[in-house]
Design a binder for this molecule. Sequence first.
Ligand SMILES: C[S@@+](CC[C@H](N)C(=O)[O-])C[C@H]1O[C@@H](n2cnc3c(N)ncnc32)[C@H](O)[C@@H]1O
Length: 447
Amino acid sequence: MEKVNARKIALKILSDIEENGAYSNIAINKTLKTKDISTLDRRFISQLVYGVLENKLYLDFIIKNFSKTKIKKIHVDILNILRLGLYQIIYLDKVPNSAAVNESVKLAKKVNFRLAGYVNGILRNYLRNSNSLKLPNFKEKPIEFLSLKYSHPMWIIENWIDNFGIEFTEKLLKANNDVPNLTIRTNKLKITRDELLNVLAEENVKCIKGQYVDESIIIKNFNTSIENLNSFKEGLFQVQDEASMLAGLILNPKENDFVIDVCSAPGGKSTHIAELMQNRGKVLSRDIHEHKLILINQNAKRLGISIIETEIYDALKLDKSLIGKADKVLVDAPCSGFGIIRRKPEIKYLKNLEDIKKLSEIQYKILLNASQYVKKEGFLVYCTCTIQPDENIEVINRFLKDNDSFVMDNVNKYLPNSLQTDKNYLQLFPHLHGIDGFFICKLKRIK
Ligand SMILES: C[S@@+](CC[C@H](N)C(=O)[O-])C[C@H]1O[C@@H](n2cnc3c(N)ncnc32)[C@H](O)[C@@H]1O
C-alpha cells in the first residue's frame, strides 16, 4: 500500500467542497474508493473533513482573531490548512500539537512557500493565547454564542428557537455535530436480517440490529468502502437510514400495486417499495436528473428488482396520462436537507431563508401534481429529510385546505411503539430519535 498523506487528501476534499460545491459524503466516498488507503487513514481523512465542516464557524472565529488578513482574502487552500490545523489542535487529543502545526506548515509550503510562515504564526499564536479567546456571553447574546459554539449560521438558530424553543435547539445543534450511524436495509427478496447479520460477520463487519425497522442493520466501525463487500455486490442490502426506511413502510405498498415515485433518485425508497411488493406489480420511478436515474437502475439490478421502470420527468409538470391511475404515490421532495446535517455538514452554510421559501413553493406544486395520480381510496405519502415546519406540515396544511378529496391517514399504525406520535404525521429529529431528521405524512384520497 502506497504511503498516503491523509491531511493532503482531506485538504483536497475540503477545497473541492468549498470551490466546486461538492457534497462531503460524495466527495469523500469518491476519493476513498479510487485510492488504496488503510483503514486508519480512511478514518482520519473522514474525521478531518467532517470535523472542519462541522466546526467551520468556530474555527473561522479563531482565524479572524489571529489573522491580520481578512478571511475572504485568504487563499482557499491556506484557509483550509489553517482550519485543519486548528481542528487537530482543539479536537483531536491523539494528534500532538507540534505535529498539527508542522504538518500544516508542510502543506502550506506546497501551496505557496511564502505563506508557510503565516500559517505557522497563526497556529502558534493560538497555542500561546487560546485562553484569551472568549465566546460571546450566552445570556447577553445567546444566538451568537450558539452559532459559534456549534457552528450553525445565526439565521438557522433564530429560526429553530422560534419553532422549537431554545433548549430543544441547543440539543439539536449538538446532535448535528455527532457522527451518524451507517445503516443498511436488508434486501428481504434475497435474505433475512438474521442471515445477513451472519454473512456480514463472516466478512468481518461488526454490526447490530437497527432500532426501529425490522430490515435495518447498523454497521459499527467500518471504514473501507462498503461497495467492496461481496454481500453488497450480491445485492443483499442497500445503504439507507432508518428514517428513510420508515417512508416505505408508511406507504405500505402491496403486491401488484402500481406505485409512482415522483422524485426517486438514487432509488433508496423505490427499491425498498419494490422489495415490500415482493417484486410484483409496478413502480414508476421518475426524476428530473437523467444521470441520477442510472443509479436507480444500477441499484435495482444489483438488488434483483425487475418491476422498477425509470423515467426522466419534471414533477412540476402535470402528466395527464397518469391522472387517477396509481394505487400509491410517493413524494420524497427536494428540500433544505436540514435533517441530515450530520451527513452533509456543509449544507448548513449553503441555504438561506429565501431558499426555504422557494423550496416550500416547489414542494407544494409537486405535491399538488402528484396527488392527481392517486386513485380513489389510494394513498399519497409526502416526506422530506428536513425539520423545517414550512417545508413539512405547513405544505401539508396548505394542500389539505385546498383539496377536500384527501384526508390525513394516521401514521401510528405503521410505526413501532417507540415511535408512536400524538400527531397524525411523523417528525423525526436526530437528538430525539438517533436517526436522520425526517418528516413523513400519509394522505388518503376519499373522493
Ligand atoms: C430527496 S431526493 C430523493 C431521494 C430518493 N427518493 C431516495 O430515496 O433515494 C429528491 C430528488 O428529487 C429530484 N428532483 C428535484 N426536483 C425535481 C423535479 N422538479 N422533478 C422531479 N424530480 C426532482 C432530485 O433530483 C432528487 O433526486
